[in-house]
Design a protein around this ligand. Structure first.
Ligand SMILES: [Zn+2]
Length: 160
């Protein structure tokens, strides 16, 4: 999908190669750029128009309710972010991780960049993959609930 983004170029602090970073405009409520492919690319998601995001959020709330787990809004958002990748199709063979938030240098893999821009910030039209849910949508409600429960258990034991 073609989308207008703010574009910044920064130099990698390690190898000195430039890397382009993209950001949504400040008025893009409910939209999100998701880092994919271990931080080397971006995908686009509209959380308001994405029916699966909504459905997932409702299922997760039900499961938490059944377990008498009450979470603050921000904690709920974090859990949702940690789990939601399971409902998304891989892009270029790599699963989506919504918690991943560091852009990597495409040459050396470093995540450190100089703070000075190479150039003034620009607006660019970029063609990005959109987050899709084809595999997830093949599951019935029961299977979806079980998948979320399993992951929630793993998530909890990873944190304890
Ligand atoms: Zn580098």
């Amino acid at each position: 999908m073609k989308i207008k983004l703010r574009q910044e170029e920064l130099l990698c602090s390690n190898c000195g190669k430039p890397r382009t970073f993209y950001y949504l405009s400040d008025y893009s409520y409910g939209e999100r750029l998701v880092l994919i492919n271990h931080g080397t690319g971006y995908a686009y998601m509209n959380m308001i128009e994405d029916a699966v995001y909504d459905e997932f959020s409702v299922l997760l709330k039900c499961i938490l309710n059944e377990r008498s787990i009450v979470l603050a809004q921000s904690d709920f958002a974090e859990v949702l972010n940690s789990l939601f990748g399971i409902a998304c199709d891989n892009i270029d063979g790599v699963p989506i991780d919504f918690l991943y938030n560091v852009g990597k240098c495409l040459s050396c893999g470093s995540v450190k960049f100089d703070s000075e821009l190479i150039d003034a910030e620009k607006i660019a039209e970029v063609d990005l993959p959109v987050i899709t849910h084809e595999s997830w949508n093949l599951l019935n409600d029961e299977e979806k609930r079980n998948a979320i429960k399993d992951l929630l258990d793993k998530f909890k034991s990873a944190r304890n």
